[in-house]
Design a protein. Structure first.
Length: 177
């Protein structure tokens, strides 16, 4: 079992907000350890401030400085492989036992996700992706509006997932089975 926590956290947030978030994340981390659960912390910084190659590494540094060591990080796409190299360096420096990073999609279109996948190609710390809305939002909207049958919705979501999986594997120089 894994506990997941989404946190809108930017290293340039106001001090009072950051302190409150840090205290809650620390309490969650300690609680997860006490009950023997893995912890995944999802950090979204780009919605509340500038996102450059140092933003996420700075955020992770701040959280690691508090002793927060989640088993997994779920992070928004970074613009470059250099940004991912910095993220990976911070994680390996502070927690070589971290299981890795899962890339989140933020409802991005397919082409943006393919570019994001390519940026992670040289970052083995990034283990996979969790991009649910990119996969299901179109089918859900159409199905709820009565414009798509159950079978069509299932086929649409399967096709989107397959395309993303193929793009992920291609970014890593592997072929789909």
């Amino acid at each position: 079992h894994c506990i997941k926590c989404l946190c809108f956290y930017h290293p340039d947030d106001p001090a009072a907000l950051k302190e409150e978030q840090q205290q809650k994340l620390r309490a969650l981390f300690e609680g997860a350890r006490k009950v023997g659960r893995e912890l995944l912390i999802e950090i979204i910084a780009g919605k509340h401030g500038k996102l450059d190659d140092t933003t996420i590494p700075r955020a992770l540094e701040e959280l690691y400085a508090l002793g927060i060591k989640p088993d997994w990080w779920k992070l928004e796409p970074q613009a470059s492989s250099g940004a991912w190299a910095k993220v990976e360096a911070v994680i390996l420096k502070h927690d070589p036992w971290c299981r890795g990073v899962v890339l989140l999609g933020l409802e991005a279109p397919q082409d943006e996700l393919e570019a994001a996948f390519a940026a992670t190609a040289k970052a083995p710390i990034v283990k996979g992706f969790a991009v649910g809305r990119t996969i299901f939002v179109h089918a859900a909207e159409q199905w709820l509006a009565g414009k798509m049958s159950d079978d069509e919705a299932i086929a649409d979501m399967a096709q989107r997932f397959e395309q993303l999986t193929d793009a992920w594997l291609a970014a890593r120089g592997r072929k789909a089975a």
